[in-house]
Write a protein that binds this ligand. Structure first.
Ligand SMILES: [Zn+2]
Length: 276
């Protein structure tokens, strides 16, 4: 199984990361795609993937919500912040499997004006263009901005993207499915009617599994970790009325379809189409 979205460079894992990785490996997770939110995490993400080449595959990207180091205040990203990010990614692109976590977040407490929205669109656009230049897929956040995010990506001509923890309507998600985007399902699906509806609508060949660790666990306010991926897998199997193994196999194949470089990272990836 592949966890396509986890924040293992987050402080929450500072004290026991090795144990977390060991638990993931014994829960049959072959690869964890690790994503940062801030430029300050990029080195840590690359370092982690170098130390655990067999298990960790890195993405790099700038999240639409940033926090100021001194005040820890969360706020919308600014246009200047993307420039050093683009440079960093250009320099290190051979090491990464995708660009993310990128996207739009129109939660009212982060977006104070139309300028904030415009800045987020600019930051996403620049990173999406770079992803297309480099032939890399996008790992996309779209909180309270499902339709605007899908529309922007489509208008830019993005073909390869996963909408992680999509919080929009299933009917809106289908607009993404029609252009080939994937949707990844976190363990919080067991307590979210909206996510269950999403699983019901989106065909299995466009679904992926994620944990979004340390967020979106099966129990609210409790630290999530990659070994919980099997909870997503089991819930998708229940809703789709197929076996656990079928979901495991399909979502792993889908992960390699979206992130072709994963074929070279995982330890025990199950049958991969077109793999040499
Ligand atoms: Zn995330």
């Amino acid at each position: 199984m592949v966890d396509i979205h986890a924040h293992l460079a987050a402080e929450d894992f500072n004290h026991d990361l090795e144990d977390v990785l060991a638990r993931a490996a014994s829960a049959n997770i072959s690869t964890i795609v690790v994503v940062p939110e801030f430029l300050s995490e990029f080195d840590k993400v690359l370092e982690l993937s170098e130390r655990h080449r067999d298990l960790v595959a890195p993405c790099l990207g700038l999240h639409p919500v940033q926090s100021d180091a001194s005040t820890r205040n969360e706020r919308s990203v600014t246009t200047e912040e993307v420039l050093p990010v683009l440079d960093f990614i250009r320099r290190e692109h051979s090491k990464i499997v995708g660009i993310g976590e990128v996207g739009l977040d129109f939660t009212p407490r982060f977006v104070k004006s139309d300028d904030d929205k415009a800045a987020q669109r600019y930051v996403l656009t620049e990173q999406a263009k770079l992803a297309m230049d480099l032939g890399l897929p996008l790992n996309v956040h779209s909180r309270s901005a499902g339709r605007p995010t899908l529309q922007l990506l489509k208008s830019l001509g993005v073909r390869n993207a996963v909408m992680h923890a999509f919080d929009g309507k299933a009917s809106v998600a289908m607009e993404g499915v029609h252009v080939g985007y994937f949707f990844s399902i976190p363990p919080s699906v067991v307590r979210s009617e909206q996510k269950q509806k999403l699983v019901r609508q989106v065909p299995l060949d466009h679904l992926l599994l994620e944990t979004d660790s340390p967020a979106l666990g099966p129990i609210k306010q409790t630290r999530n970790e990659p070994c919980n991926l099997e909870i997503s897998c089991r819930e998708v199997a229940r809703i789709k009325q197929v076996s656990f193994d079928e979901v495991w196999k399909m979502t792993t194949q889908n992960a390699v379809r979206l992130f072709p470089k994963l074929g070279h990272v995982g330890r025990q990836l199950v049958p991969v189409p077109n793999a040499k």
